[in-house]
Design a protein. Structure first.
Length: 256
């Protein structure tokens, strides 16, 4: 829906020659997935600017994204994901230091929430973009690798911290699966209760999280009460507290 909204906005305002539309092509399989994630964050930051000097739109999911572009007969400037990210880091030279690898993936949805609030791009230390831009030119505004409630990669702890610290600055909520298998899963022990992380994170919603300052998280057992107080109950209690504070559906009462 955000893509369609932004295309209609550009279509209606383009006659003033004040709005520039970039279509960012992220369909290239050679572009690293974390680069695509960062580019999606950038799209959201551009699309939230009040002046709307630049509107960005991604080609990511075939055939739907290009279908809507063609329906509005737009001939924008095309950029590949890497070139677009370079431009973005000039306009938004702020970074969330994070990791996408191993257990750190558990807290990537939380990294995205913090990034949306602080207007910063989630980037790993070994991000391919740093072959083209000096990372020291970017301010690290949050370090998810060393932060005490992120370093252990326990999503319940990270979610609680981000909720308590930043939820008042968000508008609604979004669940972003970092890549867990969605097949049936039975935990083997209290210390091994996550399903396998077998997929790349679906980043389709990341631009919307950024543009609307959504509270993004993912707690696998957050909606399941009482199966095991050691893990499920703690996640359930947290989600219960979060949902009781405010209605959390998009378009309903926002967090305050």
């Amino acid at each position: 829906m955000e893509k369609i909204h932004n295309l209609f906005f550009f279509h209606n305002c383009n006659s003033t020659n004040q709005t520039q539309l970039f279509v960012v092509d992220l369909r290239d399989s050679s572009i690293h997935h974390t680069t695509k994630l960062a580019a999606q964050a950038c799209v959201g930051l551009y699309n939230r600017q009040q002046s709307i000097a630049t509107v960005a739109y991604t080609l990511l999911n075939e055939p739907y994204d290009d279908f809507w572009r063609k329906q509005l007969n737009l001939e924008p400037e095309y950029l590949n994901g890497t070139i677009f990210l370079l431009r973005c880091l000039q306009d938004f030279p702020r970074r969330i230091r994070c990791s996408y690898n191993g257990a750190a993936r558990h807290v990537v949805p939380n990294d995205i929430t913090v990034g949306s609030i602080l207007e910063a791009i989630p980037l790993q230390d070994d991000e391919p973009i740093f072959n083209k831009v000096d990372p020291t030119n970017l301010s690290i505004v949050f370090d998810a690798i060393t932060h005490s409630l992120f370093a252990a990669n326990i999503e319940r702890n990270a979610t609680k911290y981000v909720y308590d610290a930043y939820a008042k600055n968000t508008t609604s909520i979004a669940k972003l699966n970092p890549g867990y298998s969605t097949s049936s899963f039975t935990p083997t022990s209290e210390n091994d209760y996550h399903p396998p992380m077998i997929n790349d994170m679906d980043i389709s919603l990341v631009d919307f999280v950024y543009s609307e300052r959504l509270f993004a998280f993912f707690l696998y057992y957050g909606c399941i009460p009482g199966r095991n107080p050691g893990w499920s109950e703690n996640e359930y209690k947290l989600v219960t507290r979060m949902s009781a504070t405010k209605l959390v559906g998009i378009g309903q009462i926002p967090f305050q």
